[in-house]
Design a protein. Structure first.
Length: 127
């Protein structure tokens, strides 16, 4: 078992293939307990010339397709709650997601005075 599938996939991208993926068994040398198993299966994919928005759209479509294939609709029940996999998903900025979960909180005065680097990139349409 490998610790990552990426090395061979990146070689294929450099060699001229535009899109590659692998579903592989992975092993990480980490502790094991009743909630953590160091062996798992992972999907890793790369696409040449895609930006982060292309990858997000692809993953949204993949999740919606998987939900339809497994559950027959884009809605799944989990512990009594309905989870919608209908596209488009709500997109959050990195810091915004932390603020919503109350993991971090930026002072309101700082938020008004200085735009974050993420906001500057978003507003400049670079990212």
């Amino acid at each position: 078992m490998r610790i990552a599938t990426e090395l061979y996939l990146k070689r294929l991208i450099v060699g001229g293939m535009e899109r590659v993926y692998e579903i592989g068994r992975i092993w990480r040398n980490e502790g094991i307990d009743r909630t953590h198993n160091p062996e798992f299966t992972m999907l890793e994919l790369y696409a040449a010339f895609w930006n982060v928005r292309d990858m997000m759209s692809f993953n949204e479509d993949l999740m919606a397709h998987l939900a339809r294939s497994v559950h027959g609709s884009e809605t799944a029940l989990y512990r009594g709650d309905a989870i919608s996999f209908a596209t488009p998903f709500r997109r959050l900025g990195y810091l915004e997601a932390f603020e919503i979960r109350r993991i971090i909180a930026r002072p309101a005065a700082r938020r008004r005075c200085l735009p974050s680097p993420v906001a500057r990139l978003r507003d400049s349409r670079i990212a």
